[in-house]
Design a protein. Sequence first.
Length: 490
Amino acid sequence: MPQFENILQGRSSITSEQSHRLRELIADWQLLSDLSFADLVLWVPLRKDSKSWPTGHVAIAHIRPTTAATVFTHDIIGEEAPWGSRPGIERALSDAEIQRDTEPELVGELLIKEETIPVIFEDQVIAVISRHRNAELMRSPSRLELNYREIAHNLYRMIAEGNFPYPNANSLFDPAPRVGDGLIRLDVNGVISYASPNARSAFNRMGWNGELESFSLSDVAEKVSKERRDAHEEGLQTRLSGKALRRVEVENPGGTIDLLVLPLIKGADRIGAIVLLHNVTELRRRERELVTKDATIREVHHRVKNNLQTVSALLRLQARRIEDPAASAALEEAVRRIASIALVHETLSSSSDASVAFDDVLNRLVAHALELSPRMATLQILRDGEFGSLEPRIATPLALVVTELIHNALEHGLEASGTALQISVNRSDSQCEVRISDDGVGLPKDFDLAQSSNLGLQIVRTLTENELKGDLTLRSSEKGTVAQLNFPLN
């Protein structure tokens, strides 16, 4: 559907504030369409400025009901009605009053009744709604249909008086309520005068036995609800009185009902309210399951981290008892590798989602590497670029790879006159490139990564190819050694 601002470009005097008001109306008007069993079309007058007489109207929005069949087989959006061709729309614009006394007209095989409602904003008619419904369906309405239509009349009057849509109510209409899920009508005292079958069923599942009508909605909700609020908090009596726009959830072991309270206004007086119901029992159950699952996963990561730290501590104790320097150094390397994996699990245990803030992990890996370096005071480690968030399947092997490359540079590349280590990251949506370069002695002339006996580099190459599905190159540069790692993120 084209944006209605595009339709009106250069053809209407509508202001940005008026445009915003029409957007609010369109966001909420599925409710109006469903209550009146009618197609709705929103028309805006065509004129150069607010003082000019309109040359006609253009349709900028069209909504079909979910409670009845549409009366139009094609969209009306973008159609123009020259002045003089649509008397009902023109009278609503000129008189600023709802026009109902029109004769039904035959459209195809259907006898269609049209009514027009002026949209008032700041005491000015800024648009007109035309309502189109099948006249045959109006002859013997059920009690539900009568209540729906009466409520619709009240809401259309509120539009014509500038009281609907409700100001600053968009957040309360998300997700948008549906009439068919359940509707309750309240009188001015908050007593239920009508409840649709779905509304009655919802409260029956909550444990309410019998009819709802003639009972106060707040009393019914308090009796079935497990919620008990402190005296200083706003209770159900206030929130479900119908005096103000509210969205409330009522919950007990039998289920959860979401209620949207919409006051009905006539002039300056409140005449009652409607309440739209939605049974969200299954939705809330799934949300609780997700919360429990997330908490369980975080706890698992926390325990894995603790277990890895325990293993590290045991290996460190063992290394201290071994007299062979080579064996002790091998155990210390194992401790370092386990610690890098533990860092990833520690990050996941405190993360709100299933992702790793890898820049934080890298900071700690670098800090740990410096602690182990005997030349820490003279070393500079520079950073360029950011990793952002990574999936755990990438973060765990990457942490090991980066750890090995940093330590390889510290232990071998910087053994002579090198004083700086540069870590550069270049990330796109689908690819990541990491370069770790030093200003040390460089690689031996006959160096071959595939043939290297260095355990750390073998681990790096295996993880890069098998886990990260990427590639690794090591080369000498003018200033030292560059290790470049490329891998996909998808």
